[in-house]
Design a binder for this molecule. Structure first.
Ligand code: NDP
Ligand code: OXD
Length: 314
């Protein structure tokens, strides 16, 4: 019985070392090397080549090495076995750090002061809104969204959330579905996107959505932070909105094409902050330990945790 590591873009040997430490009795094989396909009972995947998991007759479960599973769902030859994803306090904490950092960057106008410092320009500015007067809207109230909401509220931001199904969270204004979207956007100065990429959410951050954001806020125009997936955003619409002043600034961790192509205008746009899809990295030690625990659970006849619902795509 073996575990197959099937990944692109990450250092597979780091992961193999971690899994071997966690599962000393289980052979850990790597896609691309010779291995016995019949012996593979488990797969840990990050962006495996589509079709490469077909023909594993004894496969029992697939583990996503990240929180997102769009990389699995896009494989139309994915074996029909249980899929579990990462839900891990280490990853969740990293994402909330990212969200809080970039909301505070917007609130405290840090990009502007960076530019002023480069120009040795002292411009006294008494317009410093309090966090409580800035409305943050978090799209996605799952593991990551709810933790970000909690930490943003500790800072004092006026936070609301939007999800697919209605949610009741004490003291939080919540909105759901397409019916709730317009009201949610209309009270949003900083939009934080922590949605999964599914057929329903692809391209959701477009010109129409941006046009629905609040114009009467204390920041002088809406800000966008997307750390969900690049497929959620229409980059041409974001750039056009920045040019037209419909959007004040954007912080993007994810892109339609990754790595972000060198010729993308996003790199050099003065109102865009680019990070290389590392808002919340999967840390091998934490994630291998979590998946090893899942495998031990299955071996003991217990149910998997954090199972993905294939029908809804997340
Ligand atoms: P969850 O599955 O826990 O939460 C997803 C949330 O999105 C839920 O609240 C869900 O609604 C909502 N949602 C899904 N579809 C829709 C829809 N059509 N309309 C409105 N709301 C919708 O996911 P996580 O919080 O764990 O992760 C979210 C995403 O973050 C991942 O899928 C991944 O793409 C991204 N991510 C990015 C990372 C990075 O480094 N940039 C790192 C880790 C994750 P409901 O509650 O009703 O089900
Ligand atoms: C994830 C990611 O989905 O790193 O975990 O993007």
């Amino acid at each position: 019985m073996s575990l197959l590591l099937a990944m692109t873009g990450w250092h597979v040997e780091d992961w193999r070392a971690r899994f071997k430490a966690e599962l000393p009795d289980m052979p850990v094989v790597i896609l691309g090397e010779a291995f016995d396909r019949r012996a593979v009972h488990y797969v840990a995947s990050w962006k495996h080549p589509p079709g490469s998991l077909a023909g594993l007759p004894n496969l029992a479960a697939i583990f996503s090495l990240g929180a997102g599973v769009d990389h699995l769902m896009s494989d139309d030859r994915l074996p029909d076995v249980a899929i579990a994803r990462v839900v891990d306090p280490d990853l969740t904490t990293r994402m909330s750090e990212y969200v809080v950092l970039h909301c505070l960057m917007a609130l405290r106008q840090q990009r502007r002061y960076d530019a002023q410092q480069r120009a040795a320009s002292w411009e006294d500015d008494r317009n410093q809104p309090a966090a409580r007067s800035v409305r943050v809207g978090v799209m996605g109230l799952g593991e990551l969204g709810l933790d970000a909401v909690r930490k943003l509220r500790i800072i004092g931001f006026d936070v609301a959330g939007w999800s697919r199904s209605p949610k009741a969270v004490e003291g939080l204004a919540t909105f759901a579905g397409t019916d709730g979207m317009a009201a949610f956007l209309a009270r949003t100065d900083i939009l934080v996107c922590l949605l999964p990429l599914t057929p329903d959410t692809r391209g959701v951050i477009d010109a129409t959505l941006i046009a629905g954001l609040a114009r009467d806020g204390r920041l002088g125009g809406p800000f966008l932070i997307n750390a969900g997936r690049g497929g959620l955003q229409v980059e041409a619409d974001i750039l056009a909105a920045l040019e037209a002043g419909a959007l004040r600034a954007a912080t993007l961790d994810v892109f339609e094409t990754e790595p972000l192509p060198a010729e993308s205008p996003l790199w050099s746009h003065p109102a865009v902050t680019v990070t290389p899809h590392n808002a919340a990295m999967s840390e091998p030690e934490a994630v291998a330990s979590l998946i090893a625990a899942q495998i031990r659970r299955l071996e003991a006849g217990e149910p998997l945790e954090h199972v993905v619902e294939r029908g809804r795509g997340y």
